[in-house]
Design a protein around this ligand. Structure first.
Ligand code: F0G
Length: 403
């Protein structure tokens, strides 16, 4: 596969794998693929492989013989009739990324990112994280036999994610500051070649994350939905989904794009602010705060790519309050039996907002990407529910307790 890493802004080619922004203009990097050979294929040519990231190998810029995989991807797309009814729209599908090996969508990017780390002979990998990236990286580093260093914002990482990072054997450093501070620090460590950085600023990470879109298209038999709604934090995922859409158009597998719609929490919404001003760039929020700690990010690295994704597909950027997020999390659990973490519930909360604000038509077919498993954040789940009732071990006592 012909591939190169280029600056997204000035298109300069970048050879050094440890560089994470353009030395000429400081722009974001992106992998460019030669998709000519893929134009000979059609989607059904890939369908003999199991649904999952590596089914889409013709779109992946790494050597498959070096692949480090935990069989990521292949997650369910639930058709949610109760939810559609409650919100009053024609069709809602939930792409349940909580079913990935470490419980979040990050595994899609990480299998490709860690394979790239192996290609370049890295022995230590690292990231800053609001939790899920660190859990995922720690697991893939364990599988690949690499050292792993993760920087987390002190006191702001959900319990399940912290437990995972420690459990898989990463060196976990609690940083005084927020995610944006931690990312700045880990980028310095990468610059000094101390570690190979696997945040989504690494252009190989989004290459794996493209697969969520490829799977959605397969699961909908290439009947393009009207809208894809997803939570936005550091803005890697929405940019990856957009890149996947552009590639499917390029190879002729689809001829239109869904409206990409990014949701941010009201306390942490630099991109919504920019969208409301119709701006192409955003102002960083120095004090992001939200119950959805996964997206508690004030300076999204891929923010400009995200805005382009939204503008060029006719989509939107919408804010939702913490109360709306928690209500949506409960709604999805109680009406559909689907457990997602608060950041993921932002996409469900976004549906209500889109309807209330008259942005979304009730005839739309929508896909919400629910990025992480409810078990990631048991404390938030428990805090919203009644505690168990106590009873003696007799049928009568139990009947009394539940009546
Ligand atoms: N949902 C969840 C559950 C996440 O963990 C994240 C990001 C997002 C949505 C937003 O995705 O950053 O690509 O816009 N979590 C990162 C982390 C920042 O460190 O785990 P994004």
């Amino acid at each position: 596969m012909e591939r190169s890493v280029r600056c997204w802004d000035c298109h300069r080619e970048i050879e050094d794998p440890y560089i994470d922004s353009c030395p000429s203009c400081n722009g974001l990097l992106e992998v460019t693929l030669d998709l000519e050979p893929v134009k000979e294929l059609k989607p059904s040519d890939l369908s003999s492989r199991p649904l999952g990231v590596w089914r889409y190998q013709p779109f992946l810029p790494v050597d498959p013989s070096l692949a480090v995989s935990l069989q990521e991807g292949g997650t369910p797309l639930y058709r949610c009739l109760n939810l559609a009814n409650d919100i009053g729209i024609r069709e809602v599908n939930v792409k349940y990324e909580g079913a990935n090996p470490t419980g979040s969508f990050k595994d899609r990017g990480m299998t490709v990112g860690i394979t790239r780390a192996r290609e370049i002979g890295a022995d230590t990998v690292g990231c800053a994280s609001t939790g899920n990236t660190s859990a995922s990286l720690a697991a893939y580093a364990a599988k690949a036999g690499m050292g792993c260093v993760v920087l987390l914002p002190e006191g702001k990482v959900a319990l399940g994610k912290l437990a995972q990072a420690i459990f898989y054997g990463a060196k976990v450093v609690s940083i005084e500051g927020n995610f944006d501070d931690a990312l700045g620090t880990v980028r310095e460590l990468a610059e000094q070649r101390y570690l190979y950085l696997l945040n989504s600023i690494n252009p190989f990470r989004p290459e794996g994350q493209k697969s969520v879109l490829f799977e959605i298209m397969d699961q909908l038999y290439y009947d393009v939905p009207d809208r894809i709604v997803l939570p936005v934090g550091n803005a890697g995922n929405i940019s990856a989904v957009h890149k996947a859409l552009k590639e499917l158009v390029e190879v002729g597998w689809i001829d239109e794009m869904p409206m990409l719609t990014g949701i941010q929490a009201s306390g942490s919404m630099p991109l919504v602010d920019a969208f409301n001003r119709k701006a192409k760039d955003f102002n960083a929020d120095k004090m992001p705060e939200t119950v959805a700690t996964a997206i508690r990010i004030g300076n999204p690295v891929s923010g400009r790519k995200a805005l382009e994704a939204i503008y060029s597909t006719g989509g939107h950027a919408i804010e939702v309050t913490d109360e709306e997020i928690l209500a949506a999390q409960m709604l999805l659990g109680r009406r559909e039996g689907v457990g997602v973490e608060p950041a993921s519930a932002a996409s469900i909360a976004g549906l209500r907002r889109l309807m209330d604000e008259g942005i979304m038509d009730r005839d739309e077919r929508v896909v919400c990407i629910c990025t992480g498993n409810a078990l990631k954040d048991p404390e938030v789940m428990i805090s919203q529910c009644s505690p168990p009732v106590k009873a003696k071990a007799t049928a009568e006592a139990v009947m009394r307790a539940i009546s």
